[in-house]
Write a protein of this length. Structure first.
Length: 158
């Protein structure tokens, strides 16, 4: 692999894992406090599962971003990366809305919007590099589950 591609790969993974971890700053303090007081559905995973799952998903996202970033410049590439940035910003915002602001219904609305942008990103990535799109499939699956969980928590606590 060319040195410039190694730098792009490492940068992509560090950026996604690092910024994704930033959501943890909103999440971690609330797990033992506010979040523990909420009624949750029977399918709510144990808290220890979320960190490893998100870390793996952020790594996949970083590799996926790299596979697009290393492609030649084009309007398709620019659109794909823009969609990636939008869905990623929504990802970070969800943690803030849900955990920091305790706005469970607003977080649900936001996660639906995020899901739409993840799907648009997958479709845009797929037009450029199929592997990049496939790396985001576990992410949209997890966000689908998280959306159902978010809705259930809102429903049980309204």
């Amino acid at each position: 692999m060319e040195k410039s591609n190694v730098i792009k790969l490492v940068s992509s993974v560090i950026i996604t894992v690092g910024l994704g971890g930033a959501g943890g700053f909103f999440t971690a303090p609330e797990i033992a406090n506010w979040y523990s007081t909420l009624n949750k559905p029977s399918f709510n995973p144990p808290n220890y599962l979320f960190g490893p799952v998100w870390t793996l998903l952020y790594i996949f996202m970083g590799i996926s971003l790299f596979l697009i970033w290393k492609q030649p410049a084009s309007s398709q590439k620019k659109t794909a990366i823009t969609l990636f940035i939008i869905q990623f910003a929504l990802n970070i915002a969800w943690s803030f809305i849900f955990f920091n602001q305790h706005q469970v219904l607003l977080a649900f609305i936001e996660i639906v919007l995020m899901w739409i942008f993840i799907l648009l990103t997958i479709l845009a990535f797929g037009k450029i590099k199929k592997a990049a799109a496939w790396l985001l499939v576990p992410y949209i699956c997890w966000v689908s589950f998280a959306s159902v969980l978010n809705f259930a928590i809102w429903n049980l606590n309204k």
